[in-house]
Design a protein around this ligand. Structure first.
Ligand code: NAG
Ligand code: NAG
Length: 161
């Protein structure tokens, strides 16, 4: 199990720290928004180690969609594995900018609802300038065994990798 209590200062720093230890984000002392922004770049598959972030964030019972297709924990991880390869071989500096977030914590537990929109993109290795496209995600965060997990994830983007 990878539950550790981490100082809040480290959790706050995660906002910009890709590859930050997934253990940081499990703390009960961290609010849902801080947890989310600490988690999201750990599993965004533009960097080596995204898979550890994925495993620390998504519940094994995950229900997910990516555009029109349905996924579970295992198949979304497979999709992300392919996306990681595309992002890191066909692009340099592939990144995401989250431009809006709606974060609604539950009243009685650590879970809640999140909706994000933003832009993602990178510079093609084949030449040309930065290509970006909008993306969005809706997630349900649930408390399981005293910590947060994403149990539902609905992601849409019209970025063509
Ligand atoms: C991944 O995306 C994040 C968020 O946009 C960015 O800060 C980071 O530099 C990117 N990582 C790599 C390895 O390109
Ligand atoms: C993210 O925002 C930065 C700063 O405005 C910009 O330079 C970069 O191109 C943006 N990247 C994407 C993928 O939208």
């Amino acid at each position: 199990m990878r539950f550790f209590v981490a100082p809040l200062a480290i959790a706050a720093a995660c906002l910009s720290a890709v590859g930050a230890s997934p253990s940081v984000i499990a703390s009960r002392d961290v609010d849902l928004g801080t947890w989310l922004f600490g988690s999201i770049l750990t599993f965004f598959p533009n960097h080596t180690g995204w898979d550890a972030g994925y495993e620390a964030t998504f519940a094994p019972t995950l229900k997910a969609t990516f555009n029109q297709n349905k996924y579970d924990y295992k198949t979304l991880k497979e999709l992300y594995t392919g996306i990681h390869t595309q992002m890191t071989t066909k692009y340099t500096g592939f990144a995401v900018n989250i431009t809006s977030a709606v974060i609604v914590p539950n009243a009685n537990d650590l879970g809640g609802l999140i909706t994000l929109t933003g832009d993602e993109g990178g510079v093609p290795t084949s030449g040309g300038g930065l290509i970006t496209a909008p993306d969005s995600a809706f997630g349900v965060v649930s408390e399981i065994n005293g910590r947060r997990w994403i149990t539902e994830w609905r992601e849409t983007t019209d970025f063509v990798l």
